[in-house]
Design a protein around this ligand. Sequence first.
Ligand SMILES: [Mg+2]
Length: 166
Amino acid sequence: MRFECKTAHSIVEVDVARLYDEGKRYLILDIDNTVTPWRSMELEGEVLLWAQNAVETGFGLFILSNNHNKDRSRAMAQRLGAKWCDTGHKKPSKKAFLAAVEHMGGTVEQTVMIGDQLFSDVKGAKKAGIDGILLDPIAKKEAPITKLLRLAERIYGRKVIFSKNK
Ligand SMILES: [Mg+2]
């Protein structure tokens, strides 16, 4: 199956009705710099409305974060109407993505990963056979390791993702 990666400026620009028409039914959401700034607990009203609209459209949502704070992930999921569980795996391991899909009761073909990081979010999803939507990060503030990965993103560019055979 052909892997597809779209891009969007922010999560609220992701057109869930269109994804639904394309046969998608499940969305895996990253937390940091995708739904909220790094380490923040704030959720903007428009993000909450976007998530509510996604659920009402018929999507199952799942929160998948490498952040160590599990209480935060659980609380974020609850507020967004999303599922969450400790998958026991870290992105970009494909096991993390496959566990999320299984927890939602869906299939990889029906699922889209939405996140701001090329390597952990989109490339990990690709390994699992899941389409991706790469967002611009909400804020510049992020973990030191992420800053290193941003450098790698700039060096290797999006060809990592868009090349057919990787
Ligand atoms: Mg992120």
